[in-house]
Design a protein around this ligand. Structure first.
Ligand code: ADP
Ligand code: ADP
Length: 241
């Protein structure tokens, strides 16, 4: 059973660089991600990886084809379905600065999915925020800080904590660990491995790091010019380091 799937998904940006007919950012992409599976997505810059990530996360609609969650097309979703989907599938963007409201504190940023997706407020929310900050190796007093008071790597970890706050079944990471220091990368991968093992969380890792892909993922997909061109099974080496 696949958790999330794309079927012949295409995306054409009318205002795209190719002008005339628009640029085809995604060209009939099909893929399946199973529960607990870890998939790496590689490919040159501009080949369509982030576009695919946004489609899979339900942030943009395909111009043709569809995205399915637990067997149902997102295009049939009502309000309650979207809420369940937002809990289940979380995307961490490449650039943390544009992914947060600069006027919100770290605590407020992480509280948002807790409140809106899980209905947690007050002491229960605060306890979760503290646990999530610990999980991404940020100090408890980071809670009161504003994005501009954090380094890029710290803010990226706030975004990872915010995504984890939803308790997702699938985490899509768009170059979200690549910019962290090596020891923090290892720590984040350790956390992800634990969530995969204990809670069957799936991952789509968009990365340029072939070693990370081979070492931590069950499957490596390669994109080129909006198409999926290669798939390699690497044997599920995703394990605790
Ligand atoms: P990658 O993540 O692999 O670097 P992207 O998905 O960001 O690739 O981009 C794929 C193609 O789609 C590129 O040609 C890019 O310029 C174009 N593109 C992406 N987003 C937009 C957008 N919002 N408007 C117009 N063109 C876009
Ligand atoms: P804990 O610190 O509770 O022992 P972990 O270190 O394994 O747990 O996880 C860190 C955080 O990740 C927890 O606060 C938990 O809320 C959160 N989390 C992220 N994704 C999930 C998920 N799919 N299911 C449950 N918890 C999750």
């Amino acid at each position: 059973m696949s958790l999330l799937a794309a079927r012949g998904a295409s995306r054409i940006y009318r205002n795209g660089p190719a002008g005339r007919g628009g640029a085809t950012a995604l060209d009939q992409v099909s893929l399946d991600i199973a529960p607990g599976e870890c998939v790496a997505l590689l490919g040159r810059s501009g080949c369509g990886k982030s576009t695919l990530a946004r489609l899979l996360a339900g942030l943009e609609r395909p111009d043709a084809g569809e995205v399915r969650f637990a067997g149902r097309s997102l295009s049939t979703f009502g309000r309650a379905d979207w809420r369940a989907f937002r809990c289940a599938v979380q995307l961490v963007f490449q650039d943390p600065v544009s992914a947060v409201n600069p006027r919100e504190t770290v605590g407020q940023i992480i509280a948002e999915p807790l409140r809106h997706l899980r209905g947690l407020t007050g002491v229960a929310a605060t306890g979760q925020i503290q646990a999530l900050l610990r999980a991404v190796d940020l100090p408890a007093d980071a809670m009161g800080r504003l994005p501009q008071q954090l380094s890029g790597g710290q803010l990226q970890r706030v975004c990872i904590a915010r995504a984890l706050a939803a308790q997702p079944q699938l985490l899509i990471l768009d170059e979200a660990v690549s910019n962290l220091d090596l020891h923090l990368q290892i720590q984040m991968l350790d956390l992800f491995a634990r969530l995969k093992r204990d809670r069957d969380v799936s991952y789509l890792f968009i990365t340029h790091d072939l070693r990370l892909a081979e070492r931590f993922c069950d499957r490596v997909l390669v994109m080129c010019d909006g198409r999926l061109v290669e798939e390699t099974r690497v044997g599920g080496a995703f394990a605790l380091t």
